[in-house]
Design a binder for this molecule. Structure first.
Ligand code: HEC
Ligand code: HEC
Ligand code: HEC
Ligand code: HEC
Ligand code: HEC
Ligand code: HEC
Ligand code: HEC
Length: 384
């Protein structure tokens, strides 16, 4: 057991703490360091485990200060007692200077919208089966990270994939692993959630993504200058010419970055409304000339803290010359539907398509009618 925290000896400190105890979160009332005085000890375990719900809490009472300091909550000034809000003051005369059993932390007190959206989800309905799913089941609690700069895969691993093994489901979806790599789970499972095509910088040489900071450093500009430098015609959107210009600027610095595109949901509360029945199955929703799923395209500069800066890009960039080399098969601009048609014809056995890290759905450029006739026959196949 850790030694007791020293008594605050100076009256000045007491007065200071009392003054700081005002304000909405009254967080300064008890500094994190006071809690960490005991809870940064890896050998601190609870004395008894009766009545402890292990699906919620661990026996080890260690909190990793370093990891906590990178959490979204710490970054936003949320301290230990903002969440453990039933600790109003510490009694330093005691071995355990607070109640031995504390109240369950209520995420809802700060995240009402998310809780409301969650109420309509399949995960709330399983309460009927006696399973209570907490916010922490997906997010964890002490080390919650911003997810904005994460890829679709990382987002899935960070939540859904902790419980669902998609290798045994979704067999109706051709190329399902590609879909999971390029389409975030909630894009299909919460069709009402706004989403966008998320473009990040990828280096084929080192096989890794460039962070926003790295890109800015390479370009020798600050984040504030990014749009002013890029958006030459000042319309607030990066168009095809401007996009090509960016590619050129990078190439001049000897950086051969290409763009990695994924379909991800916006960070909004509605993503919590995960459902089965409503999930997207209709191929045409995405694989069609005027799919609303490709309307919003943003270039993303990721930040170290997991947040990201978004810059609006003209949808035409997805079809542009500067992105053409992404396509897997052949040199010509190929319509995805041609590929699907090919796959279906080949009966799925001729999976010629090697795994390319970086690709993007070709938004069919040619006339819509052409596409539609094909689609109707495809869709029958696809949804079998
Ligand atoms: C003097 C050391 C000490 C300090 C300071 C301290 N704790 Fe604890 N804490 C303990 C011990 C010991 C236990 C385990 C009690 C037991 O044996 O069940 C504990 C348990 C807990 C638990 C688990 C409660 C439960 O319901 O099982 C939480 C949460 C907690 N502490 C949070 C905090 C927070 C937040 C602070 C700062 C405001 C803090 N502690 C300060 C020693 C300390
Ligand atoms: C975002 C809210 C949040 C913040 C901030 C937070 N906690 Fe927790 N803490 C939780 C939740 C949730 C649990 C799991 C138990 C529960 O559901 O109440 C928990 C559990 C614990 C436990 C029990 C052991 C464990 O890991 O399950 C300890 C000890 C603890 N917290 C200490 C701290 C300390 C010390 C800090 C500040 C450095 C802190 N907490 C900050 C939400 C928070
Ligand atoms: C005392 C208020 C408070 C409590 C309690 C609280 N949070 Fe937060 N949370 C915040 C603030 C402030 C932010 C940062 C602003 C924002 O993104 O909304 C945040 C952000 C988040 C994010 C956003 C991450 C991202 O990608 O931007 C998640 C996820 C999150 N909290 C989960 C939780 C969970 C899970 C709990 C319960 C264990 C919890 N929060 C409890 C205040 C709180
Ligand atoms: C903590 C574990 C856990 C996590 C994390 C989780 N789920 Fe679930 N999910 C469940 C459980 C349990 C069920 C209920 C299964 C049942 O009813 O048989 C369920 C049900 C579902 C269903 C309905 C399945 C059906 O058979 O009706 C869908 C769809 C779903 N989850 C999608 C998701 C998505 C998308 C995510 C990520 C955003 C996610 N889940 C994260 C545990 C989890
Ligand atoms: C292209 C859209 C799409 C994507 C992407 C997608 N799903 Fe689904 N998912 C569906 C549809 C549609 C169903 C319903 C199938 C049915 O009713 O048979 C489903 C069913 C499920 C089920 C219930 C499985 C069953 O058959 O019992 C779970 C769980 C689930 N999805 C989780 C996930 C997770 C986790 C991810 C991300 C890794 C994901 N889904 C990605 C469309 C999608
Ligand atoms: C089934 C898994 C799951 C559960 C349970 C869950 N979340 Fe989330 N949450 C997600 C996913 C996935 C995202 C990110 C969506 C995206 O990638 O765009 C997210 C995003 C967030 C965000 C950032 C977006 C926003 O709304 O600002 C917050 C805050 C948040 N969750 C809080 C909560 C709270 C509070 C709860 C409990 C009521 C909760 N989450 C329960 C999966 C979950
Ligand atoms: C939510 C949008 C969405 C839905 C719904 C959807 N897809 Fe996709 N699909 C994508 C994205 C994004 C990719 C990744 C594009 C890439 O690899 O270039 C993709 C890739 C594919 C590929 C692989 C193409 C390649 O280059 O390897 C095939 C085949 C495919 N989809 C067929 C279908 C069929 C058939 C359906 C209906 C059963 C369907 N998709 C439903 C978005 C979707």
């Amino acid at each position: 057991m850790k030694k007791l925290f020293p008594l605050p000896s100076s009256i000045g400190l007491v007065i200071m703490l009392a003054c700081l105890a005002s304000g909405p979160f009254a967080r300064a009332a008890i500094e994190n360091s006071e809690c960490l005085g005991c809870h940064s000890d890896e050998s601190l375990f609870r004395s008894g485990t009766d009545g402890v719900n292990h699906s919620r809490m661990s026996d080890q009472l260690f909190v990793d200060e370093e990891k906590f300091s990178h959490s979204v909550h710490h970054n936003n000034g949320i301290g230990c007692v903002d969440c453990h809000s039933d600790i109003k003051k510490l009694n330093y005369n005691e071995n355990v200077p607070h109640k031995k059993q504390l109240d369950v932390v209520n995420c809802t007190m700060c995240h009402e919208e998310e809780s409301a959206a969650f109420k309509d989800s399949v995960h709330m309905k399983i309460r009927g089966k006696g399973i209570t799913m907490t916010c922490s089941a997906c997010h964890g609690y002490h080390y919650v990270k911003h997810q904005e700069s994460m890829s679709a895969k990382e987002r899935a691993n960070n939540s859904c994939a902790k419980c669902h093994n998609t290798s045994q489901t979704h067999d109706w979806l051709p190329k399902k692993n590609e879909h999971f790599a390029f389409v975030e789970c909630v894009v299909c499972h919460v069709p009402e959630a706004p989403r966008h095509i998320h473009l990040t910088f990828f280096d084929m040489m080192s096989n890794k993504f460039y962070s926003g900071q790295e890109i800015l450093k390479i370009l020798g500009i600050t984040e504030e200058d990014f749009m002013p430098v890029l958006d030459i015609n000042k319309d607030g959107t990066i168009n095809v010419d401007e996009f090509e210009n960016l590619e050129l600027m990078l190439r001049q610095k000897n950086v051969h970055a290409i763009f990695h595109a994924e379909m991800v949901a916006e960070m909004q509360a509605i993503v919590h409304q995960v459902n089965r029945g409503a999930a997207l199955r209709d191929c045409k929703t995405c694989h069609s000339a005027d799919s609303p799923y490709f309307k919003a395209v943003t270039l993303v500069l990721t930040r170290d803290d997991g947040q990201a800066d978004h810059f609006q890009v003209d949808r035409a960039v997805l079809e542009s010359f500067s992105l053409r080399h992404f396509y897997a098969l052949g040199g010509t601009r190929m319509k995805l539907l041609d590929k699907i048609g090919f796959l279906l014809l080949a009966g799925g056995c001729a999976v010629v398509i090697g795994h390319l890290t970086v690709r993007i759905v070709t938004i069919p450029l040619r006339k819509k009618n052409e596409v539609e006739s094909k689609q109707s026959s495809l869709l029958k196949e696809g949804s079998r």
